[in-house]
Design a protein around this ligand. Sequence first.
Ligand code: BES
Ligand code: MN
Ligand code: ZN
Length: 521
Amino acid sequence: MSPRTTYEELDTMHTAYRSPAITLTSQPSQDLHADLLIIPVFSDDDFADLASLDAASGGEVLRARARGHLTGKLFDVFATATASANWKTPRVVLVGAGGRKDFTSDSLRRVAIVGGLAARQRRLTRIAIVHRAGTPVASEQAAQVIAEGVCLANFDGGSYRTGPAPSWIDAAEVSVSDDGAGVREALERGHILGDASNHARTLANAPGNELTPRVFAERAQALATEAGLASDVLDEPRMAALKMGMVLGVARGSQEPPRLVVLRHDPPNAVPGVVLGLVGKGITFDTGGISIKPADNMDKMKDDMSGGAAVICAMSAIARLKAPVRVVGIVPMTENMPGGKAVKPGDILTSAAGKTVEIINTDAEGRLVLGDGLWYARELGATHLVDVATLTGACVVALGKTTTGLFGAPDRWVDAVRRASVRAGDRSWPMPVFDDYKDQLKSEIADFTNTGGRPGGAITAALFLKEFTGDLPWVHMDIAGTAWAEEAKPYQPKGATGVGVRTLVELALDAATWSAQNLKD
Ligand code: BES
Ligand code: MN
Ligand code: ZN
């Protein structure tokens, strides 16, 4: 993910995102040189530090405030010109930031996205964003999330359209009162996290005819090499040698051969004794197989590799940030198609772990490929597991489109992932995985079935995965609802969200904390 990653092969279409130049400054707002200045405004703002802005706007700012056009309500946008001689930036966008005391790094990230999108709508390419003093958000956090937000705003979901290219942010100056080394590092961290999220969005956006398992594996390997990760791509014979009957079973229905990508981050300064194992679902298109899905919305199933994209792009960022922990990333990649050789309901597959599975519904394919993936992560020495998958419609029913479901054990490991997701700005919430639900996976003929019926469908899916985790600490993130935005929000255009990338990276960066904890009591 070098700055300005492009897909050269798509020369008639545009790139899906740009990595802007991002710099830190502690100069006062009026001295910033840009096309557009972006400033958060609070609902309870006293405007004390914005007097010169008001003057530069010819009193427009305070007039608008008095007339109720500038409320400070979260994500409201108010634009005005600044024509004063001692003010260097000609336009300002004031973005509502809510109550000052309630201001969080999460709202600042979104305010930066809203500001960045406003710049692009106006075709303004050089922006400056101000972190206001006197909020609960410290300078380091602010620098990180503003950089993330600027990058996230620089993504174009319509990259397969021909015609005029969209406007991009080329350069962003981030104004924070403190510009010490820690703040600089945080800015760079945010830049890398934002780019990695956009890269995952680009992959999730890619249609199934472009991003086949082989192409997905090639792109993963290219990204890994660029980031300095070791990589290995398993083809069918190698998966067969490892007896990965579940991945190979799902792949049987397709003309496209499957792949399994392994990425490794092995830094010299790693905390001793732990290996984080990240496993992502890489179904490049899910038709449902023989238990075929209805036509309505089937097109969305091109994003069934979003978990895999999250793992690959998180690994790349983990390497670039030199996270002090060993990490292995595993992504089984295949289509789920109803070909003549496809796995059928009633078939029995033998997993790499040796357990047998009676296939009830071929549309429950994600848990099959993840089961072999989790087993392989353990084989490769993982001590702590996290998997990310667009796994169940049931999770969308339970938590909706904004919140990722967290499943796993022990509770402290689930909580470590949950806290990472808070830092990342990825909403998530824990769900139960009580053994009581296990009866629903009983098979008359094999060790268990691959579906547990409608009740608690997201939970029985998680219990299926648990069979392949040994006794290792494990968290399953069900991103079926959160990987793709159906409705646009001011801070989130429709389409791929890149959910999970930043959570996984924040978790890896926090390894010193969780590796020292006794997770079990
Ligand atoms: N990829 C789907 C899950 C999904 C559904 C993701 C909707 C995003 C939006 C998964 O492979 C699937 O088909 N799950 C089935 C499981 C069922 C057959 C037990 C489901 O949720 O219906
Ligand atoms: Mn499916
Ligand atoms: Zn699926």
